[in-house]
Design a protein around this ligand. Structure first.
Ligand SMILES: [Zn+2]
Ligand SMILES: [Zn+2]
Length: 344
């Protein structure tokens, strides 16, 4: 833990309240900054004030222990109900925990930001513009921390996961009520290099593939929040059953066995319309919750095609069988041909 807190008050002197739909870690970051602390120092302060709470080892965004919830409520001067309402487990009751993004290598440049204990995210620059203009507050929306969310369903733009200038992940500084003299634009600057995080590429019209992905992402988001699933995607399945089906599908597409590359990359490689996505030296991570935005986008393309192939042809390709076929094919040529046909 970096830095040292010399004096810990009974309650925090400045306690900006949480915002509905915000990640707990985003709220804690705002509270820490308002009190001139890093997030790591705030966590250290809470642990010193409430010794029975081990926040340092917790993942604060998903579900808090009753003692951690009590400590946050007391120290940050809100009700326990307010804290609980922010937990992802409460906001999204059937969200699988592996669909919450986790840090890749956030240690670079941000040792005080408590990166292992909170969710990773990709943000929408247009949402940030609106937040800073309307409320002088920048915060991290819960849905930005989900594996399946690659686009903003309000603005229909791709989410951004790192600073375009210094490439640091987690560039956003959630903050509340800067003095007016600082100007609202300062709210949305990369904490590492100071460049603006408000810009994004505005395409005149999204591709039909992007439109389909956004449609599926909105449907999954509504479903994990507790709404009924949309029949074009889910068929006859209830929300819980369809979520479980998607969870298993995504797990099979991303998990590697004997093959060093996950199945969704093999599928993209076998499809002439997707091959151009595979370039450069990037390699996908081995865990779905640690995939970068780029690989998650490709995964969603393959997922949309898979769900559509079933709807149009009535054939549901068993990914377990595809994986085994890939592993036993000596040259890969047979499997490549099979995969390219299976996901048309
Ligand atoms: Zn947006
Ligand atoms: Zn930067």
């Amino acid at each position: 833990m970096h830095g040292h807190v010399a004096f810990i008050p009974e309650v925090l002197p400045i306690a900006p309240p949480p915002i509905a739909g915000e990640l707990i870690s985003s709220w804690l970051l705002r509270v820490a900054l308002a009190n001139g602390l890093t997030l790591a120092q705030l966590v250290q302060g809470i642990e010193a004030r409430f010794p029975e709470v081990l926040l340092r080892r917790a993942f604060v965004d998903d579900q808090l222990s009753p003692s951690a919830r009590y400590a946050l409520a007391k120290f940050l001067r809100v009700t326990e109900k307010n804290v609980k309402a922010l937990e992802l487990g409460q906001q999204f009751p059937i969200l699988p925990s592996e669909w919450i993004l986790r840090s890749i290598d956030w240690d670079f440049g941000s040792p005080d930001r408590f990166v292992e204990g909170r969710a990773r995210y990709a943000f929408c620059p247009l949402c940030i513009q609106e937040m800073s203009r309307r409320t002088q507050t920048v915060w991290i929306r819960s849905e930005w921390a989900f594996v399946f969310q690659t686009h903003c369903n309000r603005h229909r733009t791709p989410l951004v996961e790192s600073c375009a200038i210094c490439f640091v992940d987690d560039p956003l500084l959630p903050i509340t009520n800067l003095p007016a003299s600082n100007g609202s634009l300062a709210l949305a600057s990369c904490w590492n290099c100071g460049s603006s995080l408000l810009f994004c590429d505005l395409e005149s019209s999204a591709s039909s593939m992007a439109v389909e992905i956004m449609c599926l992402e909105s449907a999954i988001l509504a479903m994990v929040a507790g709404n009924s699933p949309e029949p074009p995607w889910s068929g006859q399945l209830c929300a819980k059953a369809f979520t479980e089906k998607l969870r298993i599908l995504m797990q099979r597409l991303t998990t590697t066995t004997q093959d060093p590359l996950p199945l969704f990359v093999r599928i993209a490689d076998a499809d002439p319309r997707l091959r151009h996505y595979l370039f450069g030296r990037q390699r996908p991570g081995m865990r779905i919750e640690r995939l970068s935005w780029y690989w998650r986008f490709l995964l969603m393309i393959v997922l949309v095609r898979h769900l559509n192939s079933r709807e149009k042809t009535g054939v549901f390709y068993d990914l377990r069988v595809l994986t085994q076929l890939w592993c036993i094919a000596s040259t890969g040529v047979f499997c490549k041909t099979f995969l390219s046909k299976a996901f048309r």
